[in-house]
Write a protein that binds this ligand. Structure first.
Ligand code: AN7
Length: 344
């Protein structure tokens, strides 16, 4: 049978209420790309779970198909979320598909161009908050407590249900869980989902390496960060809603949560692109973490199977490339000028 989306594929494993009406854009079923050359450097069998290939370009579509399907089924007419960008684009797309009104709150000036454009294109009412993602999240929590508007942030348990499916897919492809799973951590919904998924699927358990950006690392510091800052705007979050669960996942799996610098994140982004996988900065944090831990000797990846989750596509955040990488050169439209530049 042709693929009908992840609710259809994994519904027996998903705790969704009977009233759920499936709204799907055929999300999930993303490739697990072998990275033999890069893996060689760590002596491990390395794969990228490329979540940037979901319908709106990020892993958020997994949770959103579930959250919107449940909301529609219970008769919701408007959905709302706070977002660093990807959740907004995803909520907007699935709400559009379902015929719902969507409202998204984003931190002013801190959302990458491809995400903002997506949210607008899909028809969301986009509201910029003069504050952080954390401020926006408090506001949407309050309004959904006082009105019938449905919350589709990952506090919504159905988001977690949908996002568990990525661990199922990894196990289905590899035949078992990998030894390590490395991924970025922002609001901590995704690490919570992966860990719940691996535990439920019973194909073995990976050790979890959650990676935050140094300027937005509340789970490493052990306290909220009032003014989070990082080039990886997707994970510019100072008070993760599921922080406790993220720490539990790291602890239970005998893994850890670490922080890496913006420079390490951009390095990892460049390395991935040099292997043909272009991801947004936050998505490179997982690899940055693996590189940092291997260099310190605190992860021995040798002979292990390692999956690095790349959560969002590079096209989400094009400006970072022209700012921090090599920009194109300009020449006159003459053959000699071309040869002078590229050599013969
Ligand atoms: C590319 O869109 O929080 O730890 O509002 O966009 O589950 O929050 C995005 C988060 C990693 C972190 N990678 O995941 C939002 C938002 C990318 C992201 C994360 C996000 P969580």
């Amino acid at each position: 049978m042709t693929y009908q989306g992840l609710i259809q594929r994994y519904k027996q494993y998903l705790d969704l209420p009977a009233h759920t009406q499936t709204i799907s854009l055929l999300e999930g079923n993303t490739p697990l790309i072998p990275m033999p050359r890069l893996g060689n450097e760590f002596g491990c069998e390395l794969f990228i779970k490329f979540e940037g290939l979901n319908p709106t370009g990020s892993f958020k579509d997994r949770g959103m198909t579930a959250a919107i399907s449940e909301a529609v089924g219970r008769g919701a007419q408007t959905v709302i979320c706070a977002s660093t960008g990807n959740t907004a684009a995803s909520a907007a797309a699935y709400a559009a598909r379902a015929g719902l009104r969507s409202i998204v709150l984003i931190p002013e000036g801190k959302v990458a161009a491809g995400k903002l454009a997506g949210a607008i294109a899909y028809g969301a009412e986009v509201i910029q908050i003069q504050g952080s993602f954390d401020d926006a999240l408090s506001l949407v929590v309050e309004i959904t407590q006082k009105t019938p508007i449905a919350l589709v942030n990952s506090i919504n348990p159905y988001r977690i249900e949908g996002q568990k499916t990525s661990s199922f897919e990894i196990c289905d492809v590899l035949g078992s869980a990998p030894d390590w799973l490395c991924l970025p951590v922002g609001n901590a919904g995704n690490i919570t989902s992966y860990w719940a998924g691996f535990k439920q699927y019973q194909k073995g358990l990976p050790r979890m390496l959650g990676v935050q950006a140094e300027g937005a690392a509340p789970l490493v510091l052990g306290h909220p960060v009032e003014k989070p800052e990082t080039v990886a705007t997707a994970i510019r979050i100072g008070k993760p809603a599921r922080g406790e669960q993220a720490l539990e996942a790291a602890h239970e799996s005998n893994g850890r949560i670490i922080a890496v610098s913006d420079a390490q994140i951009l390095d990892a982004q460049r390395i991935l692109a040099s292997e043909g996988v272009w991801v947004e900065p936050a998505s490179a944090a997982g690899l940055a973490g693996l590189i940092a831990e291997s260099a310190k000797g605190s992860i021995d990846a040798k002979g292990k199977r390692v999956v690095v989750v790349c959560t969002g596509h590079g096209m989400k955040d094009p400006s970072i490339i022209t700012e921090s990488f090599k920009s194109p050169q300009v020449i006159p439209a003459r053959y000699q000028a071309l040869v002078d530049l590229v050599g013969s």
